[in-house]
Design a protein around this ligand. Structure first.
Ligand code: HMG
Ligand code: MG
Length: 306
């Protein structure tokens, strides 16, 4: 069953990180900070500002500390940044970001290609980071990638996803974002995965869905998530993004598409869709490409024809 009209949905806006990390155009910190400010002005409160990862691996995320410095103190927002290791966590702490996100994969091969280490090594690095976070008052969110399928290994067993996800939550992450990194999942897989977590004692309130629209399944998977009790979804303005270490992982779920769906079924997001369309248009100009979001295209066409 869908949630009753009036319920709130929490959106984690990932375009400044998951979107821009995949672009060949590297934007200066000033434009990245302005993008975040514009997204905030649309009503988005949880925004991923960037990553403290190796600039050799992901050049477009270099300068995340500068982005946060330019943004200054924004107590009304929950800005976060990805941290893959102790060095990244130390940089995140120094930057004043409100929270960190640790990330790993449910398949060995994807973890190796994304983080250059094994799943066991990632878990041990994150145990230390989360412990340090506890001591310093820095909340940690967790991402688990390729939860349905892996570009290298194919189908990923739900039992493995649940075991790793539960471990990350037990280690102290406040929320677990389940990533269909290459956009292969379909609604029954989403419902069954959430059901399996619930069977292990995890409330769906501690889960988020991070969906990619590679095969046009993102919104139906959002519906499956909503019907299963999930109320937090990651999305990217204009549908920017993918994962540089997941071939074929084009197109994050677009925030415009998510907000249109939520508005239509009476769920509250706090996001002004019209302003968001303008913000994605502003960013598209910087990147020299049109947003892939269907809702963006429809609303933009209506505006241009008016
Ligand atoms: P490595 O090469 O094994 O690291 O990379 P290393 O420890 O051997 O160090 C190599 C060099 O990197 C050294 O510098 C370190 O100082 C430096 P050098 O001596 O050569 O000059 N280094 C760093 N520099 C800045 N920040 C750091 C850092 N750590 C080491 N934190 C590493 C290991 C984890 C660093 C690398 O693999 C990496 O940066 N990976 C990040 C990959 C990434 O960002 N992927 C995209 C995000 S995940 C995603 O998109 C999926 C998601 O959206 C969910 C979904 O869709 O499913 C979240
Ligand atoms: Mg992603």
């Amino acid at each position: 069953m869908l949630p009753p009209a009036g319920e709130a949905v929490s959106i984690v806006e990932v375009a400044p990180r998951d979107g821009l990390q995949n672009e060949s155009v590297v934007l200066p910190p000033e434009q990245r900070a302005e993008f975040i400010s514009r997204l905030a002005a649309c009503g988005l409160k949880r925004i991923e500002a960037g990553s403290f990862v190796s600039p050799k691996w992901v050049p477009s995320m270099a300068g995340t500390a500068e982005v946060l410095k330019l943004l200054g103190d924004r107590p009304e927002l929950r800005l976060s940044a990805l941290t893959p290791n102790a060095r990244g966590f130390a940089d995140a702490l120094a930057s004043g970001v409100a929270e960190v996100a640790v990330f790993m994969s449910a398949s060995e091969t994807h973890n190796q290609s994304n983080l250059n280490c094994s799943i066991a090594e990632s878990l041990s690095r994150y145990a230390a980071i989360i412990e340090q976070g506890r001591a310093t008052g820095m909340p940690a969110r967790a991402y688990l990638s390729v939860v349905v399928g892996c570009p290298y290994e194919g189908k990923v067993a739900a039992s493995k996803v649940v075991r790793l996800g539960v471990k990350l939550l037990e280690m102290g992450c406040y929320e677990l974002s389940l990533g269909d990194t290459i956009g292969v999942g379909t609604p029954r897989q989403v419902s069954e995965l959430v059901r399996d977590f619930i069977a292990e004692g995890v409330s769906p309130e501690r889960l988020a869905l991070h969906l990619h629209d590679t095969r046009g399944m993102a919104l139906v998977n959002v519906l499956a998530g909503l019907e299963s009790g999930v109320r937090t979804f990651d999305s990217s303005a204009g549908g920017l993004g993918g994962c540089p270490y997941a071939p074929g992982a084009s197109g994050n779920l677009a925030t415009e598409d998510l907000v249109y769906l939520c508005d239509g079924i009476g769920l509250q997001t706090g996001v002004n869709l019209e302003n968001l369309v303008d913000t994605s248009a502003w960013m598209a100009e910087k990147l020299g490409k049109r947003p892939v979001s269907r809702v963006w295209q429809a609303l933009r066409a209506t505006k241009e024809n008016a």
